[in-house]
Design a protein around this ligand. Structure first.
Ligand SMILES: Cc1cc2nc3c(=O)[nH]c(=O)nc-3n(C[C@H](O)[C@H](O)[C@H](O)COP(=O)(O)O)c2cc1C
Length: 326
């Protein structure tokens, strides 16, 4: 497995990639992070919950909020509102969620490349920061449009495009079509980031070989396992930096990451509760011995502090020499 180093992106994931998790992923080797998608309609009506999603921190550079919407005027206004704090603004044309697509936003817009181009052009007209986009291959209800969209948006002036190698109709089923990503890589000069089904060094290398992409974006493989970025770089010989958590036992890495996540979370979410904590607690314990019983227990814990303590205790028990020998 040999590949030249390319940047590794943590995929935007609603309910997962909160600021604490993005900072943790960076400490674990992610080169670029993006916020979860945030509705332009929420941001333009100054909805507090939406604005919390686009919080950042000086340690997150570049800061890339991701936005979506079906109304061009709202998207333009959102770019204007965000650009003082953002280094880059990413537009989502990939979300398959019915409530998003019903409003003719997200991946549903890929049905109509003219509308995508018109929306992005209007955003670029007012943007003082680079605009990037994230797309799926198409809707799956007709010929795929991602290639046409990529060519036309390159001509409009976007900085980069990320392609998830599935259609809207596929949602997360089947396998990502890396060949179609290659077609896009070959058709445009802007960087194309390949996304879909990269879960370790072997798939990272295979995806780079198949697509020739300028970078890789990792989603589900990084849930509960932010060290995936370090592991890929180590296994592909891109970095020989020793990890802070010490190589070897995966439970040790999980424990380090969990404690660090709690630390960052405590630092960043003093006022509001961390809504994602329970989900992360389940992900950080997944696949480890006794995880199913642990998951049941976690669902009955109400308090955040207690949740944090219980997962720490569980992971500590797993890393004790007696449990490893058992
Ligand atoms: C829980 C979850 C939430 C997601 N939320 C977003 C999002 O907010 N914005 C976005 O562009 N994609 C979102 N995605 C899609 C991912 O960014 C990525 O494109 C997809 O998971 C495929 O990559 P993977 O095979 O590495 O997981 C989400 C995916 C998951 C699993």
């Amino acid at each position: 497995m040999t590949s030249d180093p390319v940047p590794l992106f943590l995929a935007p994931m609603a309910g997962v990639t909160d600021l604490a998790y993005r900072l943790l992923a960076r400490e674990c080797g992610a080169d670029v992070t993006v916020t979860e998608f945030t509705a332009a309609s929420g941001l333009t009506r100054r909805d507090t919950h939406s604005w919390l999603k686009v919080e950042s921190d000086p340690r997150e550079q570049p800061f890339i909020p991701q936005i979506f919407g079906g109304i061009t005027e709202e998207m333009v206004q959102t770019v204007e509102l965000l650009q003082d704090r953002a280094d880059v603004i990413d537009i989502n044309f990939g979300c398959p969620a019915p409530k998003v697509c019903r409003n003719d936003a997200g991946a549903a817009l890929l049905r109509d490349p003219d509308r995508v181009v018109e929306m992005v052009r209007a955003c670029l007209d007012v943007a003082k920061v680079p605009i990037t986009v994230k797309v799926r291959l198409g809707t799956g209800g007709g010929p795929n449009t991602a290639l046409e969209v990529a060519e036309r948006l390159e001509a409009e002036g976007i900085e980069r495009i990320c392609v998830h190698g599935r259609t809207l109709r596929q949602r997360y089923s089947g396998t990502a079509d890396w060949e179609q990503i290659r077609d896009i890589v070959e058709a445009v000069d802007i960087p194309v980031i390949a996304n879909g089904d990269v879960v370790d060094a072997a798939t990272a290398s295979a995806c780079l070989e198949a697509t020739g992409a300028a970078g890789l974006m990792i989603g589900r493989g990084a849930i509960g396992r932010p060290t995936i970025f370090h592991d890929i770089k180590r296994d592909l010989g891109w970095s020989d930096q020793a990890p802070t958590w010490g190589d070897g036992d995966p439970a040790v890495a999980r424990l380090w990451c969990w404690k660090r996540y709690l630390e960052l979370s405590g630092e960043l979410y003093t006022v509001q509760e961390n809504k994602n904590l329970k989900r992360h607690a389940v992900s950080f314990t997944k696949g480890l011995p006794g995880a199913s019983a642990m998951r049941v227990e976690l669902h009955s814990i109400g308090g955040q502090a207690e949740l944090g303590r219980r997962v720490t205790e569980y992971l500590e028990e797993l890393t004790e020499p007696s449990s490893i020998a058992a």
